[in-house]
Design a protein around this ligand. Structure first.
Ligand code: UDP
Ligand code: MG
Length: 340
């Protein structure tokens, strides 16, 4: 492991969607935390807190601007509309990576333990390019949330998606890892599936997940299911393989049935015409599933190889084009002038 020199530039990236209730407390605690770390010389004084406003409908953006005016350590990125947590996070990370040595992504609601930040940074100094925050327990979550989240991880692992158990998006990434991630141009964003694929030396920090400080979860069941579906279909061909297997099984059954029915037909136990209809229904059904599975296998391969553009900002004319996922609308972060 290559140790890093202390005093690196740390950026915190925090996606916010309708978080006006928690932002005052979050910004206060994070400023205090970063301030203390800078004071100790643990991180550089150029370190920043970057809130990414994900098209909030409440006063989130106004608050971010206000905090920025009061304290330039706090900066903000305004997305042109609600793009979802993963997009907001990626937009934030891709924007800050030019300016930092390491970036930590965390939620706005203080569920991710602020005091664990030192440990993340310590691991980075020890030479880790990626540090995963892993929840030690889930007793503060509701029964439903806990059960659904755990089945989510189990399902993912079962489907062959390489994710870190009980790790959400509380994570440190070095600039090098972020640069690598940029090259990973996946269409359906599921960052916790992408990061392990980047490789590099990684570490783990365990922390206790707190209750949401205020406000409500922005991840209702529907969003969560979409999220899981995206995760599986983006990183795994297993569902397609299941279809293929099912096709093979059904086709095999149809052959067995053919033999059985031929025998019964020979003995003369059946109504005329019945045998041929039943056997062909099964045989064709099985063959169709098998064919779909094989086609799926090809599409799956192409899809995972032909990956493209993650994120484009308005300021980046080199990319643009139809495939852009979103536009960063207002931006006053990372040394750039505020824009509306
Ligand atoms: N979030 C976002 N865009 C969305 C939904 C959520 O930026 O469309 C942010 C939200 O503000 C929070 C983080 O994603 O900082 C996690 O959301 P939440 O706490 O609601 O999820 P939960 O902890 O309940 O899974
Ligand atoms: Mg939360």
């Amino acid at each position: 492991m290559v140790e890093q020199e202390r005093g690196g530039v740390l950026y915190l990236v925090i996606p916010c969607y309708n978080e006006e209730e928690v932002l005052p407390e979050t910004s206060k605690r994070l400023t205090a935390k970063l301030g203390a770390m800078i004071e100790m010389g643990f991180i550089s004084q150029d370190s920043k807190i970057v809130f990414v406003n994900d098209g909030s409908k409440d006063r989130t953006w106004q608050l971010i601007r206000q905090y920025h005016e009061e304290n330039p350590m706090i900066q903000g990125i305004n997305l042109s509309r609600n793009k979802g947590h993963q997009n907001a996070l990626l937009a934030g990370l891709m924007t800050v990576k030019e300016y930092c040595d390491m970036a930590i992504s965390m939620d706005a609601d203080l569920q991710d333990d602020v005091d664990a930040i030192d440990q993340f940074v310590e691991k980075y100094y020890e030479g880790c390019e990626v540090v995963y925050g892993v929840r030690s327990e889930r007793k503060t979550d509701s029964f439903f949330k806990r059960a659904s989240a755990q089945s989510f991880y189990k399902l993912m692992l079962h489907m062959g998606v390489e994710i870190v158990y009980n790790h959400a998006d509380y994570r440190l990434m070095s600039r090098r890892a972020l640069d690598e991630m940029e090259g990973f141009k996946e269409v359906n964003l599921f960052l916790r599936g992408i990061v392990p694929l980047i490789g590099f030396q990684s570490g783990v920090v365990t922390y206790e997940r707190h209750e949401r400080f205020a406000g409500e979860s922005k991840y209702p069941l529907k969003k969560m299911l979409n999220f899981a579906f995206d995760g599986i279909t983006s990183f795994s061909v297993k569902p397609i393989r299941m279809v293929t297997t099912l096709g093979i099984i059904i086709f095999a059954i149809s052959i067995l049935m053919l033999i059985y029915f031929l025998i019964t037909w020979c003995i003369g136990w059946t109504v005329p015409g019945w045998t041929s209809i039943v056997v062909s229904v099964w045989a064709i059904g099985g063959l169709q599933l098998l064919a779909i599975g094989i086609i799926g296998e090809y599409i799956g391969k192409r899809d995972f190889e032909e990956v493209y553009l993650l994120w484009v900002s308005k300021e980046d004319p080199a990319v643009g084009g139809e495939r852009q996922r979103g536009v960063i609308d207002g931006l006053f972060s990372c040394g750039k002038e505020p824009t509306e």
